[in-house]
Write a protein that binds this ligand. Structure first.
Ligand SMILES: NC(=O)c1ccc[n+]([C@@H]2O[C@H](COP(=O)([O-])OP(=O)(O)OC[C@H]3O[C@@H](n4cnc5c(N)ncnc54)[C@H](O)[C@@H]3O)[C@@H](O)[C@H]2O)c1
Length: 338
């Protein structure tokens, strides 16, 4: 039997805890080390997930440990320096989204991974949601016909504890953005994949409607134009009461697809087709839900070189789109997507 694929965890906060729970229920993967400068979080994480090698300095972990890959789950502005250091030291990395908060830095990380022949993935796990995968495959195969437009709506709720438990999330210099970048980018990524034509221009607006003492937006809206003229309308909100599920509506010349995202309850996503028949596709990786499939997909990509959808380079498109929406919100003009 093969040795388990080991992850070193950099940052023992909310997402690392979710990921560690998933690792705990996934055969063939384990956590071998962890790091966090917050001693309370570090020791609670190490105790809960029985990790012996716990470091308060992530540089020390990177220098001493040789796991199959590092998982980087830290505030957004730290992705670039920590991932670059990890690559310099020869580690494969699964980084949380966004890869960086500027395009230059995200491109630099992709180039560094390529140069060093290392694997760099970004945790856009919903690409491995069963119905999101079906939607993407059907659009890719042209089942809906030419897409005229798509509406991507994220009507989410966040309470005051969201910013209180992570002050970085409210700061522009650390988070890089709010609802559009931090949460809605998951769904914009899937919508862009369904559009099947590269995004070329964006017009956006942002607002603070519920949280007045934050620097990032809690509501962002905009329209993205694709190369073939199709339009994508996006809304990313953390202002909605009660919390509701994401919808992605894709309208094609032969039929329409209405995707409803997963949530804590009910957990499963849904996909309704109008005018065309739903097709069935085997999931590329086993697993009960998207985070688990993404983890398995990433570890197989590192070990066996099998195809993996969340290679870092593939996350550049959604980052460029969201940053163009922000530029447009500031300039009041239509901005091109580079
Ligand atoms: N994929 C998803 O569904 C999903 C969900 C939630 C968050 N995220 C992403 O995960 C990342 C972290 O978000 P979070 O909500 O877990 O934040 P968090 O604030 O809960 O955790 C971040 C942790 O990083 C630690 N940290 C800070 N500097 C560090 C360093 N130099 N070395 C090691 N650790 C350091 C902090 O002490 C903290 O424990 C962000 O990129 C966020 O967008 C992704």
């Amino acid at each position: 039997m093969r040795k388990a694929f080991e992850f070193g965890i950099i940052g023992c906060g909310d997402i690392a805890t979710d990921l560690a729970r998933v690792i705990g229920m996934t055969p063939g993967v384990r956590i071998s080390s962890c790091a966090d400068p917050d001693e309370t979080r570090l020791s609670a994480f190490a105790r809960r997930f029985a990790v012996k090698a716990a470091y308060s300095d992530s540089r020390e972990l990177m220098e001493k440990e040789r796991p199959g890959a590092l998982f980087v789950g830290v505030p957004h502005h730290l992705h670039y320096p920590l991932v670059m250091r990890a690559l310099d030291l020869g580690h494969n990395v699964l980084c949380e989204k966004p890869l960086a908060i500027t395009m230059d830095r995200a491109c630099e990380l992709c180039a560094a991974a390529r140069r060093k022949n290392l694997r760099l993935g970004v945790n856009y796990q919903y690409r491995y949601d069963r119905n999101a995968h079906t939607l993407i495959m059907m659009c890719r195969e042209g089942v809906l016909g030419a897409i005229s437009h798509c509406r991507c709506n994220m009507p989410w709720h966040r309470g005051p504890d969201y910013f209180a438990s992570g002050a970085w999330r409210a700061r522009k210099s650390e988070a890089g953005g709010g609802a559009l970048l931090t949460q809605a980018s998951h769904w914009i990524d899937i919508a862009l994949e369904a559009m099947a034509s590269p995004p070329v221009a964006a017009m956006g607006m942002t607002a603070r409607r519920r949280f007045t003492d934050i620097e990032v937006e809690d509501l962002g809206m905009g329209t993205v134009e694709c190369e073939n003229g199709a339009l994508l309308n996006v809304t990313g909100a953390m202002t909605v009461t009660p919390h509701q599920r994401v919808t992605i509506e894709v309208y094609g010349e032969r039929g329409s697809a209405i995707y409803t995202g997963p949530d804590d309850f009910p957990p499963a996503s849904k996909l309704r087709l109008l005018g065309v028949k739903k097709k069935r596709y085997a999931m590329p990786f086993p697993g009960l839900f998207s985070l688990q499939r993404n983890l398995i997909g990433f570890s197989r990509w590192v070990r066996d070189g099998t195809h993996y959808d969340n290679e870092a380079e593939r996350s550049l498109r959604v980052l460029a789109t969201v940053l163009a929406l922000y530029r447009s919100a500031e300039s009041g003009r239509r901005e091109s997507i580079e």
